[in-house]
Design a protein around this ligand. Structure first.
Ligand SMILES: *Cc1c(COP(=O)(O)O)cnc(C)c1O
Length: 379
């Protein structure tokens, strides 16, 4: 439909952190299908699970139980501080569901407003778009969902000014992804968690991009002394199959039969894969390796920062890293293709690095060499 302007590359296969095009040219993938392919491409556990599961059962609807949906629910509850899981197919749907939870939570108290933050990205459906900041994404589609208000990030005063008694929910990405890899201040997260609790609203963390090991902890909220009431998940959860979920604590466990639904949600195929992905990633040694790789990548990027004036700032956690640049990041992304390197921009002037979580030191070295050559070619 022309909603995307894809690069002129046709990929035919992938293995680990590499993709191969129709001329069998090999690319180093630091995009991971936008923070999706956490275990890289054609990971044996995913391949085997898909093969086996599609021979057994792919879809039955939510009229009946399926063992993989139960298994993945239990895994997510074990890893979180929460009580219940709803499965859907995407990040947008997870956010949409989370907003419905907050609306229902506030209903009896006449609270119906959702607060969101500047530069937030939560998806493209009308609800999720209403709490997304970027005007360019919104302007053609007004009127959107009402009773939402934007707050400046890390601005306690602005937050308090807008947090009136009609607020039923506050939605935030602990590290903004699309908006430019912007980590939220620890103190601000604690502050908004305290206020939402005090004023009887729900705190929603959109962990669609930060969740499932991306930041070096299973959930990004594990980095902070804060537990959100609702968490939206997708991207990395399926390692490449389309799955989303939102999870709630007891307080936010307000949806009852008939309130929400999803035909494909949590079908046996995607939940079987999701379970395998979670079982691998939740392993403490796996997460420790993500942290080590992230630190190594940060260190090596800092060496480049000393060499290139065009690098202004390096930020992020685990393997969700942003490099602020003084030249057009889109030009860098394009130039990187000449080096057979896949990277993606975010926000106004950020290069977003979200490689598969299985990346090795040697592959990070290869990235640094390529990135060095890309920046050299642009000066
Ligand atoms: C990608 C993303 C979404 C939207 O997810 P889709 O699967 O594209 O619908 C929502 N929130 C955040 C933080 C994201 O990064």
């Amino acid at each position: 439909m022309g909603t995307y302007k894809p690069f002129d590359i046709l990929f035919k296969k992938g293995k680990g952190v590499y993709l191969y095009d129709d001329k069998d040219e090999k690319y180093l993938d630091f995009v991971s299908g936008i923070a999706v392919n956490s275990l890289g491409h054609s990971h044996p556990a995913i391949v085997d699970t898909i093969k086996k599961q599609c021979g057994d059962l792919t879809h039955i609807s939510n009229l009946y139980y399926n063992e993989h949906q139960i298994e993945l629910s239990n895994l997510l509850i074990e890893e979180s501080d929460h009580a219940a899981v709803f499965f859907c197919n995407s990040g947008t749907e997870a956010v949409e569901g989370a907003i419905k939870v907050a609306k229902k939570y506030g209903k009896k108290k006449n609270k119906n407003k959702i607060l969101y933050f500047k530069n937030a990205f939560h998806g493209r459906s009308l609800g999720a778009l209403s709490v997304t900041s970027n005007q360019k994404y919104k302007e053609s589609f007004y009127p959107l969902v009402s009773h939402v208000q934007e707050v400046n990030l890390n601005d306690k005063e602005d937050f308090m000014k807008k947090f009136d008694d009609t607020v039923c929910g506050v939605i935030i990405e602990p590290i903004q992804g699309e908006g430019g890899i912007n980590p939220v201040d620890d103190a601000f997260l604690s502050f908004i968690a305290g206020e939402t609790q005090k004023k009887d609203a729900l705190l929603i963390f959109d962990e669609v991009q930060t969740g499932i090991g991306r930041t070096g902890k299973f959930f990004a909220y594990n980095h902070y002394p804060v537990v959100p009431d609702v968490i939206a998940l997708a991207k990395g959860l399926g390692g490449g199959v389309p799955i989303g979920a939102f999870i709630v604590n007891e307080k936010a466990n307000v949806l009852t039969p008939g309130d929400h639904g999803c035909t494909f949600g949590g079908n046996p195929l995607v939940t079987a894969v999701g379970s395998e992905v979670v079982k691998i990633i939740r392993n403490p040694s796996f997460l420790e390796q993500v942290n080590k790789s992230g630190e190594y990548l940060l260190n090596q990027l800092n060496v480049l920062k000393d060499k290139f004036d065009s690098i202004q700032k390096i930020k992020g956690k685990g393997l969700m890293i942003g490099v602020d640049v003084s030249i057009d990041p889109k030009m860098i992304v394009k130039k990187a293709l000449d080096e057979k390197l896949l990277i993606i921009n975010a926000g106004g002037n950020t290069i977003r690095l979200v490689p598969p979580l299985i990346i090795t030191k040697k592959e990070i070295d290869e990235f640094i060499e390529k990135f060095d050559r890309v920046l050299t070619s642009i000066i």
